[in-house]
Design a protein around this ligand. Structure first.
Ligand SMILES: NC(=O)c1ccc[n+]([C@@H]2O[C@H](COP(=O)([O-])OP(=O)(O)OC[C@H]3O[C@@H](n4cnc5c(N)ncnc54)[C@H](OP(=O)(O)O)[C@@H]3O)[C@@H](O)[C@H]2O)c1
Length: 296
């Protein structure tokens, strides 16, 4: 018999989580603030709870997936619900900050509730598939107990550490990588529009250049991990040629009136590194000018 699970929040993601649990054979209870959104899950075989308290009381494992931690707090932090959660496992899959997850764990600990925090690195269509990625942090033994349940949500569930903030921290790091590419694409599109280049041409250039960019990012990560900031025989590019090429882009953008908020940020980081003597360092030396490491 599969473990009974309650899911709070039947938005796009919560509904996908509940469907995956049903598909894996878990008796599933769902609750949503707007009841109409829970109805399709009821039709698919879930129990629809009339209140948060009823949903929490129905299962030993409670998954929460609402908009943010403030919403979670408004649902769970009252005497009756907290008491119903006592001794149970709360899996918080709402997106949030590392500090937010640590705070939830403190609250859960004070109320005798076991807790894992997860970050979902997937859109709802990937939930319940082999390619669905979830990062999970919290006590290792609790994660081990929950492997089967979490495995129903995605084939790539990764335990990232006992500090409950780690899943959200890594999630934010990956999002920074993603937005680097997406906001870079926004700038490329603006340049193409300003210079009357067909945007589909940019699509073909992306396909051709993506492997080069992939290689540069992988090299930057590898060198930063190893602390190899000085240029050496394996350096792909130093700071100097990047900085020179940035000015070609900035000049074009200025001439065409394209927003330079993002390139102003690049300029500021380059300047800090160059002023500190890294013009001929490996590009990875810029990573020294992005802020303080946790254990500095
Ligand atoms: N969609 C994605 O691709 C994706 C990917 C990774 C992570 N996530 C994360 O998953 C979470 C949900 O995202 P989503 O895409 O499912 O959003 P969504 O479709 O907008 O659903 C939001 C859910 O939160 C509920 N909610 C919001 N405020 C509430 C409150 N004060 N009290 C009770 N319930 C409240 C909503 O209830 P009502 O229906 O009553 O409004 C709804 O069930 C977010 O943390 C998001 O960052 C989403």
């Amino acid at each position: 018999m599969q473990a009974a699970i309650s899911v709070l929040g039947m938005g796009r993601m919560g509904s996908a989580l509940a469907r995956a649990l049903l598909k894996a054979g878990h008796p599933t209870t769902v609750w949503n603030r707007t009841p109409a959104k829970a109805a399709p899950l009821g039709a698919a075989g879930a129990e629809v709870a009339a209140s948060v308290h009823n949903a929490v009381a129905a299962s030993e494992i409670v998954i929460v997936n609402v908009s943010d931690y403030a919403a979670t707090e408004s649902l769970l932090r009252n005497g009756a619900v907290a008491a119903a959660l006592k001794g149970k496992l709360l899996i918080e899959l709402t997106s949030g900050t590392p500090a937010g997850a640590r705070e939830v764990q403190d609250w859960a600990g004070r109320h005798g509730i076991r807790h894992l925090d997860g970050a979902i690195l997937a859109t709802p269509d990937f939930i319940g598939t082999e390619a669905g990625t979830l990062l999970v942090s919290g006590p290792a033994p609790v994660f081990e107990e929950s492997r089967t349940v979490l495995g129903a949500l995605g084939g790539n569930v990764q335990f990232v550490g006992e500090d409950p903030g780690l899943a959200n921290a890594l999630d934010s790091a990956v999002l920074a990588l993603m937005w680097g590419a997406l906001f870079g694409a926004l700038q490329s599109i603006a340049v193409c529009r300003a210079e009357a280049i067909d945007i589909e041409t940019l699509g073909r250039q992306w396909s051709a250049t993506a492997p080069v960019i992939d290689g540069l990012v992988a090299d930057l990560i590898k060198r930063s991990a190893a602390g190899r900031y000085a240029a050496d025989d394996e350096t792909l590019s130093t700071v100097a040629p990047h900085y020179g090429a940035l000015h070609h882009l900035v000049e074009l953008m200025a001439a065409r009136g394209i927003d330079r908020t993002i390139t102003d940020g690049y300029e500021a980081i380059f300047r800090r590194a160059i002023d500190a003597g890294h013009l001929h360092g490996d590009f990875a030396s810029l990573s020294l000018f992005m802020g303080r490491p946790a254990h500095a």
